[in-house]
Design a protein around this ligand. Structure first.
Ligand code: IMO
Ligand code: MG
Length: 430
């Protein structure tokens, strides 16, 4: 069986969790391949809302196996409390259902302290990180001094490695940032306990995924963050430190150039961003408040991980086309189309303008977007409630026209449209 990959086409928070939840019903394994607990994936099943940061959203289905690949940075404290929460909700999260790659890196309190200190030191040029220690953990990985989950399997050496790691960071915290010192022994003791609890989960997930795919099992790769937050391909330096794009799934799961089936791009019907960085189609005022929501509902545009209000704007077709190209997207799923109900007219950015010239694609990637002004196309809105739509025919013609334009602008077909947070509030467009 080929591998299917679900990725975000924007700056994260596209509703990937919701789509993965749906597709997981037919999957044997759901595997996260990048990022850490900076991700926040919300899944609503009946009255229960699951907010997941590390464990793949597919875990809410009783028969799927959840895998965390080598491309992740894992905070064991977050992971264990997430497991605890799921257990309380009646979901089995034992080692027979959750597997952790021995090669995934660990996030420690020292990484979190560094993340916060570095952000503070950036002053006005802050990235607006989630403060979860993501950047410093990947920095240690690239510098070849990181701690991997496999280190947890050897209690004799693990304790000393943890102490040395925290002491090393203490030197930086003091010399560079005049920040508070951390208690290395206390952290090493805490992590030794985590090691004891997590050891049964640690294995070679690449081998397991390879075997599964070769024996016709269905594997779904679940991306965290989004294309425009990709370390190489995103709006650098306002990015995360991992590879959320489709190729990151192969590297982050240890799969090699394995045949890939569907690359499912999830896009909101508008654009959002949390944290700093360029955002050509950003809007303010009344329209922004409409798109963002008040914060009263779990689906309003406030960060799942940090609670920050998200910046909002119109759908950016130039960046969507870029995402299709760099990921090899085969189909799009649109989320939150219902939020546009009652807004009239609607806008889609179909090109950029700079220095008197018009651009249909980015001349030099998405790094420096400041000079570009969006070229908008106006589309008629609709007033009819679309939350009960389940097939193409249930939508007003204006909504279908909006979807059609997204297909034309992106160059790929739209397959699913989500029109509410409930599991069944999704329509198949094909
Ligand atoms: P999901 O998986 C939205 C953003 C942060 C910040 C930048 C770098 O829920 O879509 P980091 O802590 O990763 O070093 O922060 O990336 N960011 C996200 N934005 N959704 C996410 O995840 C994000 N994960 C990181 O806000 O701008
Ligand atoms: Mg999120």
């Amino acid at each position: 069986m080929p591998l299917d990959i679900v990725i975000g086409t924007q700056w994260g928070d596209e509703g990937k969790g919701r789509i993965v939840d749906l597709l997981s019903a037919q999957a044997d394994i759901v595997a996260r391949y990048n990022g850490g607990d900076n991700a926040g994936h919300t899944v609503t099943v009946g009255k229960q809302t699951f907010k997941l940061h590390l464990i793949p959203s597919g875990i809410v289905h009783p028969d799927t196996l959840g895998v965390l690949g080598n491309g992740l940075v894992i905070n064991p404290a977050t992971l264990l409390s997430e497991m605890e929460m799921l257990k309380k909700m009646g979901i089995n999260v034992g080692p027979e259902r959750v597997r952790l790659s021995f090669a995934a890196h660990m996030i420690t309190p020292a990484h979190r302290a560094l993340d916060l200190a570095q952000e503070k030191a950036r002053g006005k040029s802050q990235i607006g990180t989630t403060g979860r220690g993501i950047g410093p953990a990947y920095t240690d990985k690239a510098a070849r001094r990181g701690l991997r989950l496999e280190d947890m399997l050897n209690p004799q050496t693990f304790y000393a490695k943890m102490v040395a790691h925290v002491e090393g960071v203490n030197v930086q915290l003091q010399a560079l940032y005049q920040a508070e010192q951390l208690d290395a022994e206390a952290i090493a003791r805490e992590y030794s306990e985590y090691a004891r609890q997590l050891a049964p989960y640690i294995c070679d997930v690449g081998e397991e995924l390879y075997e599964a795919l070769n024996s016709n099992k269905r594997v779904l790769a679940e991306g965290a963050q989004g294309t425009l937050l990709d370390l190489d391909l995103g709006t650098y330096p306002f990015v995360t430190s991992s590879y959320p794009t489709a190729a990151g799934a192969l590297v982050g799961l240890g799969l090699g150039i394995f045949p890939v089936g569907r690359v499912i791009g999830v896009t909101k019907a508008f654009q959002t961003r949390v944290g700093a960085g360029p955002f050509p189609t950003e809007v303010f005022g009344e329209t922004a408040e409409r798109l963002r929501g008040s914060g009263a509902n779990p689906w309003d545009e406030f960060g799942t991980t940090t609670g920050r209000p998200r910046r909002v704007g119109w759908l950016d077709g130039v960046l969507l086309r870029y995402a299709v190209r760099v990921n090899g997207i085969t189909e799009l799923d649109i989320t939150k189309l219902d939020i546009l109900t009652g807004l009239n007219p609607l806008h889609i950015c179909v090109g950029y303008r700079a220095n008197g010239k018009e651009y249909a694609t980015l001349p030099m990637g998405p790094t420096d977007l400041a000079p570009f002004e969006p070229i908008y196309e106006e589309l008629a809105g609709w007033d009819k409630d679309i939350q009960t739509a389940r097939t193409r025919n249930d939508f007003p013609k204006e909504a279908l026209q909006f979807i059609r334009r997204i297909e034309e602008v992106s160059g790929v077909p739209v397959r699913l449209v989500s029109i509410g947070a409930e599991r069944d509030q999704i329509a198949e467009i094909k």
